[in-house]
Design a protein around this ligand. Structure first.
Ligand code: PLP
Length: 446
């Protein structure tokens, strides 16, 4: 009898019992190459001794002290490190336990900031279609994936959504990348004006859209225009780097690669690298000072925020990423990975686009490359790829609804930064076989 409320009640997943570098091992001894770090989490693989020892040492010293009464050395140390590395004057760190919590805190922080500075009318949040910001109700309200929202629509907070910067599908015939970027960024300006600038608190976006689009970076200049628009209207820019940040795209902070400084950055996933659940909402000193000069109290918090063991893990992860140079490797490994994907899928009849940055890469699966027509969602292509790949010993992260929340299939890849050339070759090989088999099986079943 199984009492875990599984994500899917009709499946019985293998039991994971061990991790070894980029590999996971189940109770039958079967090995799986983790090609997606679960969901872009395990940036250091599954057996990093330095992180494991740091957590053990923290547990020996202090397991927990509630943040309503204490701070801890581990929390202070990880906040110092994040503040030192964050762009611009982002130097205050609100530690939470995951990505959704980091986004919730960012949205609430933006709202309360405007109360603190005497602009209580600012409450609207603008986000983008086809983004994912988490599954708690506030984060889900910001998210723009229609199928993830549908069931909970009556409970969601009213937020507006503008187009994503998704050039593969939204750039018009003959339109330059720059013109396209400008056009979709200007939707933010139009939406702020429609709502009334004095009522808008924040705009939230992922610099590289992960789970729901499959590794889509914006075109050059898009985020600079976004920053300009936010500044013009006094709106805060929240950069959701939960998936794409912490080195995944080749820099600790992805917004820095776009040449912009957000007002608030949300990070998680790679910050704990899977060794502990942790996230962080990092804000500018201007925002923090408004709280300090105002009520002196952020009306928000969670019991486990700033947990010492999680903070110790994050401190050790940051040391591996920065001091041991692992982030520096992402650029070159990412290029090798992209080249291997292009080699294998560049002429594939059912791969319409190969995209991404660093070690966050995506393939968009289409029925027809020329017309970009997606497969009928009833064929369940992405689900089949996931299942067949896992059976073959590869963990990857396929998703559906890529085009509009209903149509479209993609595969997201996010291997550990320690992946070897041989493992890259194995990953690409297994993936190609799994995609071909999935399409064949779907067509046979139709
Ligand atoms: N934001 C982004 C960009 C994400 O990709 C995710 C998770 O995939 C989240 C937020 C939510 O993070 P979590 O699942 O840790 O709550």
């Amino acid at each position: 009898m199984n009492h875990v409320f599984l994500r899917h009640t009709k499946t019985s997943p293998p039991v994971a019992v061990a991790g070894d570098g980029c590999w996971l091992i189940d109770s039958e001894g079967k090995r799986y190459l983790d090609g997606s770090g679960g969901a872009a989490v395990s940036c250091l693989g599954h057996s990093d001794r330095k992180v494991i020892e740091a957590v053990k040492a923290q547990m020996d010293a202090l397991a927990f002290a509630h943040t309503g009464f204490f701070t801890s050395e581990a929390a202070e140390a990880v906040a110092d490190r994040l503040a030192a590395e964050a762009p611009g004057d982002l130097d205050r760190v609100f530690l939470v336990s995951g990505g959704s919590e980091a986004v919730e805190a960012a949205i609430k922080m933006a709202r309360q900031y405007f109360i603190e500075i005497g602009q209580p009318g600012r409450h609207h949040v603008i986000a983008r279609w086809q983004s994912y910001h988490g599954n708690t109700l506030g984060a889900l309200s910001a998210g723009g994936n229609r199928s993830r929202r549908a069931l909970y629509e009556p409970l969601l907070v009213n937020m507006s959504h503008i187009s994503p910067c998704y050039a593969y599908r939204l750039r018009e015939e003959g339109e330059s990348e720059a013109d396209f970027g400008r056009r979709v960024a200007d939707e933010l300006d139009a939406e702020i004006r429609r709502l009334g600038p004095e009522s808008v608190a924040a705009f939230i976006a992922e610099p590289v859209v992960g789970a729901t689009l499959g590794a889509v970076p914006a075109v050059e200049g898009y985020f600079r225009r976004i920053r300009e628009i936010c500044d013009e209207h006094g709106v805060l820019f929240i950069s959701d780097e939960v998936m794409c940040g912490m080195g995944r795209c080749g820099a600790l902070f992805t917004s820095a690669q776009e040449g912009v400084t957000p007002d608030i950055i949300a990070v998680a996933k790679g910050l704990g690298a899977g060794y502990q659940p942790i996230g962080a909402t990092i804000c500018s000193s201007r925002i923090y000072e408004a709280f300090a000069a105002g009520s002196g109290f952020f009306q928000h918090g969670h019991t486990y925020m700033g947990h010492p063991a999680a903070a110790a893990a994050a401190g050790a992860v940051l040391s591996r990423l920065i001091d041991d140079g692992l982030v520096d490797d992402v650029q070159s490994k990412g290029e090798k990975f992209a080249a291997a994907l292009t080699d294998r899928f560049g002429q594939h009849p059912h791969i319409g686009d190969i995209r991404g940055r660093g070690l966050l890469r995506g393939l968009e699966i289409v029925q027809d490359r020329e017309t970009k027509t997606p497969f009928d969602p009833a064929l369940g292509i992405n689900g089949r790829v996931k299942k067949l790949a896992q059976q073959a010993g590869l963990i990857c992260y396929p998703g559906g609804g890529t085009v509009d929340g209903r149509l479209g299939d993609h595969v997201l890849l996010a291997p550990a930064f320690i992946i070897s050339d041989d493992e890259i070759a194995f990953l690409v090989d297994m993936l190609a076989t799994s995609i071909d088999r999935a399409i064949q099986a779907a067509q046979d079943a139709a």
